[in-house]
Design a protein around this ligand. Structure first.
Ligand code: ARG
Length: 460
């Protein structure tokens, strides 16, 4: 006979291949602490409703405390023969305390047990991640504060469009991460429901108190339907979708950092400790961190697809397919935590090069829109103003000059409405200062936006 908990029904033990193929202990053992926490809450409840004696409860509590210590000390021997984290711990408990250990699983199934463990694990991970996203936002805000008025070209189509401040550009990412943080916090509500009590799928015939277990484990409530409770993984899929968005945002920023670090841009430098060299080219300083983050985004998107595909077409209720939810989920959590940590550090080491940003700005006719707006304010229809300025840009391009370098006579040849005051409008500072409304790039608006962003970070 094998030592599986369910082997009584079978005439022969599972083959070695099958044993290894079906086992999940190698990756689900990281649920151990939550598995024990869930078991203790379940046992307390069974005791309260009169299904488990006081003596059994004390034995289980003491036994689990000892097992927890073994696990923390790295002394617990995980066995593939025992398939998964749940049966490993239960067997160890029974070895230690005897029959009381065999009573723990009363009114419970591994199906509601594992769903509970994963939710507890993910809830803790979300709480860690919310703090890490916040810290990255703080790092971006710190950098933005130092660059409230640092002018750089804003791009559309990756072509110079209009002047923006570097601080304003950074705050765009603070906004993306703010929505991500909201998504994490909102998704947590759907994670934080208790599956236990669903048992295998239909509920249990014992007089259980699910609300007691929910409150012991800090859940906001119970999963309403037992079939749904054991088969639902959308809380994990939703989390992975949020993770994909976080990585997508960081991948976009990574792409920009890599471009900006290229000498053709030369807008920034990353601190040496975040770069690596080449084994053949002695001059190289490579932005490996942003490149890796961009690459890991593909992997996180892959994990999301894995979970969606895993769930698609699964009939109710629990199917063993669901054992495959763990590796993509854990990998997503691990990758996100590592990425956010290194990213916040890296952003704190960004060196800004304002002269290069300004040089780039002067080369792209970035204030052309300001000239058109000037003409509109003097009575020209915007479309006509657009046409006049387009002619001026064509002329300036052949003359190899920026708009601000044309003489008043040259400028007036495109519209007699242009007066001597035009040069204030064609400067970078004039262009920035003009965009003076909520959400605009005027330095005083950026300053106000920073104050609001900081306020949000302290209030949530
Ligand atoms: N290791 C399993 C999983 O991760 C636990 C649930 C097993 N349930 C079952 N009926 N085989 O999903």
């Amino acid at each position: 006979a094998s030592n599986k908990a369910w082997s009584g029904r079978f005439a022969e033990p599972v083959s070695d291949l099958v044993k290894r193929f079906t086992a999940s202990v190698e990756f689900d053992k990281r649920l151990a602490e939550f598995d024990i926490e869930g078991s203790l809450a379940h046992a307390q409840m069974l005791n309260k409703v009169g299904v488990l004696s006081d003596d059994d409860l004390s034995a289980i509590s003491a036994g689990m405390a000892a097992i927890l210590e073994e696990i923390r000390a790295g002394k617990f021997e995980w066995s593939v023969d025992l398939e998964d984290v749940h049966m490993n711990i239960e067997r160890r408990l029974t070895d230690r305390i005897g029959d009381a250990g065999k009573r723990l699983h009363t009114g419970r199934s591994r199906n509601d047990q594992v769903a509970t463990d994963v939710r507890l694990y993910l809830r803790a991970a979300i709480d860690t991640l919310v703090v890490l996203v916040k810290d990255l936002q703080s790092a971006l805000i710190e950098l933005a504060e130092k660059n409230i008025a640092t002018a750089m070209p804003g791009f559309t189509h990756l072509q110079v469009a209009q002047p923006v401040t570097f601080g304003h550009h950074l705050l765009a990412y603070v906004e993306m991460l703010e929505r991500d943080r909201e998504r994490l916090i909102d998704g947590r509500k759907r994670v934080n429901r208790l599956p236990l009590g669903a048992a295998a799928l239909a509920g249990t015939s014992y007089p259980i108190d699910r609300h007691m277990v929910a409150s012991l484990l800090g859940f906001d409530g119970v999963c309403e339907n037992s079939l749904d409770a054991v088969s639902d993984r959308d809380f994990a899929i939703e989390f992975c979708a949020t993770a994909s968005l976080i990585m997508t945002h960081l991948s976009r920023l990574s792409e920009e950092l890599i471009l900006w670090m290229n000498p053709r841009f030369g807008f920034i430098d990353l601190a040496d400790r975040f770069c690596t060299g080449s084994s053949i080219m002695p001059q190289k300083k490579n932005p490996d961190i942003p490149e890796l983050v961009r690459g890991k985004t593909g992997r996180i998107n892959g994990n999301l697809m894995a979970l969606l595909t895993l769930m698609k077409s699964q009939p109710l209720a629990y199917n063993k397919d669901n054992q495959e939810d763990k590796e993509p989920l854990f990998d997503t959590i691990d990758t996100l935590i590592a990425t956010l940590r290194v990213y916040a550090d890296m952003m704190r080491g960004v060196v800004v090069k304002p002269e290069a940003m300004r040089r780039a700005l002067r080369q792209g006719f970035a204030t052309a829109t300001d000239l058109a707006d000037y003409l509109v304010k003097r009575g020209l229809a915007f479309r006509d103003a657009h046409e006049a300025v387009a002619q001026a840009v064509r002329y300036a391009e052949t003359a190899r000059k920026d708009l601000a370098e044309l003489t008043l006579v040259e400028l007036r040849s495109f519209s007699p409405l242009i007066g001597e005051d035009i040069f204030e409008f064609l400067t970078i500072e004039g262009s920035l200062a003009a965009r003076d409304h909520v959400g605009g790039t005027a330095p005083q608006q950026v300053k106000a936006a920073i104050a609001r962003a900081k306020q949000r970070l302290t209030s949530t």
